[in-house]
Design a protein around this ligand. Sequence first.
Ligand code: COD
Ligand code: ZN
Length: 360
Amino acid sequence: MQVRGAVFVGQNQDMAVEELELDGPGEGQVLVRYDASGVCHSDLSVVNGTLPLPPPSVLGHEGAGVIEAVGPGVTSVAVGDRVVASFVPACGRCWHCSRGEGNLCEQADFGGEIYRRPDGSRIAAGMGVGTFAEACVMSESRVVKVHTDLPGEQLALIGCGVTTGAGAVLNTARVAPGESVAVIGCGGVGQAAIQAARIAGASVIIAVDAVQTKLDVAAKLGATHGVLAGNGTDPVGEVKELTRGRGVDYAFEVIGRSDTLAQAMAMARRGGAAVAVGVPDMTATLAVAIADLVISERRLLGSLYGSAMVRAEFPRLVRFAETGQLDLDSMVSRVVGIDDINDTFRSMQAGEVIRSVIDY
Ligand code: COD
Ligand code: ZN
């Protein structure tokens, strides 16, 4: 079948929207026709070289759609099912999946070079689910069936940003009622973390961002305090001041910078934890005083894809949205067509949006 898709053609170059030929699903594979795709900062991180993925490929990893065809042997979904794509496979059988660590699934599955370009060359979906094209073929382990009437542009966000941010709070840190939280970086992923902290019953939720409008949205979604970061500011001091000098139980770094991760460590109380959600370039390291780790019993936790078991997590997040606890509508700042994909990166960098969503 013929689909339109945005092709990542080279580092720091605009993506090219092309007509692509897509093969049908093979053994154990499904064909998903996307309703919508969110545009996450990690897609930009691939294009600007922070996350090393070679061009050319079809990026996008936050999408929801409908199963259009299934290959032989597929059992978990059928034609017509609504699904959210999972950019980490969830095979359910490997060593990690069996231990409840589905986000670390060991299945080595990259659907192969499924798209054929007009010049005859073949390319793959760079993050496995190709949500920057109208449709994609992938292993059935990468789709989760959901029963819901939520609009596609809201459902798509569950594929990455919401699961990554909310899961960091609910699964990685397991924030308990009454605890205190700081979230550094209030883009799509950070706003989901703020909402999850509210759902978890955190009593103090401090949003930290360099852009005031992000703090305004955070206040609407559950933040009890906002701290404007940037030149000449002291976010660590302000967070300490808001917590009687002690610091927060959990400080989440949701940008992908080593300096703000150091801030998160400094914001965590004695016995508290910093949670690294963002990923800076692959060489970045963090200098931590070992004495501080021991004497202050501060912990540093990594969180990948919200430590989520997606087959349970996606439906849970859908229920939170349906019951009004999770406000996805406020996270969708712009709905655009695939031809506007390059402008969504510009508006993300300009701090204009929480999430841009491509509507197919
Ligand atoms: N201090 C405070 N706020 C800042 C600063 C700073 N120095 N710099 C930027 N910010 C704010 C921005 O104003 C913005 O509001 C926010 O940080 C970042 O938001 P977005 O919308 O650009 O980014 P998200 O929410 O889409 O993504 C954040 C991630 C941390 C997930 C992402 O960038 C990342 O690190 N990805 C790699 C990790 C990964 O692959 N995860 C799985 C797939 S996402
Ligand atoms: Zn993402």
